[in-house]
Design a protein around this ligand. Structure first.
Ligand code: HEC
Ligand code: HEC
Length: 255
């Protein structure tokens, strides 16, 4: 076991080198980088990366850095003499943040090219079935995540992926629990709470149900998203419109 370690390390650094060389980031790297960015960078740089004058992290605009390795270095050692702090990330973690920044820029360029119209997107949202599962500013259902602030926490590319491939990443908090009772009845819903005696779920009709443990035969999480894919229901323009509507949702106070 011990003798295999150097090989593993070698494989690791080769992966890193090829990541940097080819921009071959996996969606999981981008996701990880996004989490680090939201937790550690967005407070100064803003969720879109454009709060600091002269720098727009989501549009590849920096002061001195330009290559991926410049960015990895800046992220790890900071910019001495400024508020940009050094960070304790491994080179790999810093690379995932760079992957995220590059994907923000790519999404931005794509969204800009399509020119979505948020007003048309809102109309589409309202005439489609989104509100049977989602809420915006208090209107709609609680089956899916509340979308009131979705534009503040997700990038255009992530929103687009949610609409086209909802199964790609099902949020932990939204996974559906399927409970088979001993009497043969199956109930599906979002798990709200559980204790030694019962499991409480919000079923697919938005009804709160408490199911005694001693009546449960089997329970398991559903790995597929409850959300249907809209790939065949939206053309490219409608998709751009809907994404720009969702991107405009930045909280209850926003217009
Ligand atoms: C405490 C506030 C703060 C935090 C936290 C912070 N930054 Fe910065 N960052 C700055 C400031 C201020 C600058 C501008 C420095 C300058 O004037 O050159 C900067 C500059 C940068 C630059 C441009 C450097 C260049 O050479 O052009 C990048 C890239 C960057 N930050 C990325 C990040 C990332 C990624 C994170 C999170 C891991 C992060 N920053 C966290 C304040 C911060
Ligand atoms: C049958 C219920 C259902 C319908 C209909 C539905 N969704 Fe969803 N949606 C969900 C659930 C549940 C999730 C969370 C699980 C997941 O990530 O797939 C979700 C996730 C999302 C997300 C990602 C949220 C996040 O935090 O990243 C977005 C954006 C979204 N839906 C938008 C829409 C839009 C727009 C429509 C209409 C075109 C729609 N949904 C229709 C149930 C639904």
């Amino acid at each position: 076991m011990l003798r295999r370690l150097p090989l593993l390390l070698l494989a690791y650094s080769l992966t890193l080198a090829s990541l940097l060389a080819q921009h071959g980031y996996t969606p999981a790297d981008v996701e990880d980088g996004g989490r680090l960015f939201r937790a550690n960078c967005a407070n100064c740089h803003g969720p879109d990366g454009n709060f600091i004058p002269g720098i727009d992290l989501g549009r590849n605009r920096f002061k001195t850095a330009s290559t991926d390795s410049d960015l990895v270095r800046v992220i790890r050692i900071g910019v001495p003499g400024t508020a940009m702090p050094p960070n304790n990330y491994s080179e790999f973690q810093a690379t995932t943040i760079v992957a995220y920044l590059r994907s923000m820029a790519a999404d931005e360029a794509r969204a800009g090219a399509l020119g979505g119209d948020p007003a048309r997107g809102k109309t589409w949202y309202e005439k489609s079935d989104c509100a049977t599962c989602h809420r915006v500013k208090g209107v709609g259902s609680r089956q899916g995540p509340d979308l009131t602030e979705i534009g503040a926490i997700r990038r255009a590319g992530e929103l687009e992926r949610s609409l086209l491939e909802p199964d790609a990443e099902v949020l932990q908090a939204s996974r559906l629990l399927q409970i088979a009772a001993k009497d043969g009845i199956t109930v599906t819903g979002i798990m709200l709470n559980q204790d030694a005696f019962s499991v409480q779920i919000l079923d697919t009709k938005d009804q709160l149900r408490s199911i005694p443990r001693d009546t449960i035969r089997d329970q398991s999480f559903v790995t597929k998203s409850p959300m249907p894919s809209y790939r065949d229901k939206l053309n490219a323009q409608e998709l751009a419109d809907l994404v720009s509507y969702l991107a405009s949702l930045k909280g209850a106070a926003a217009p």
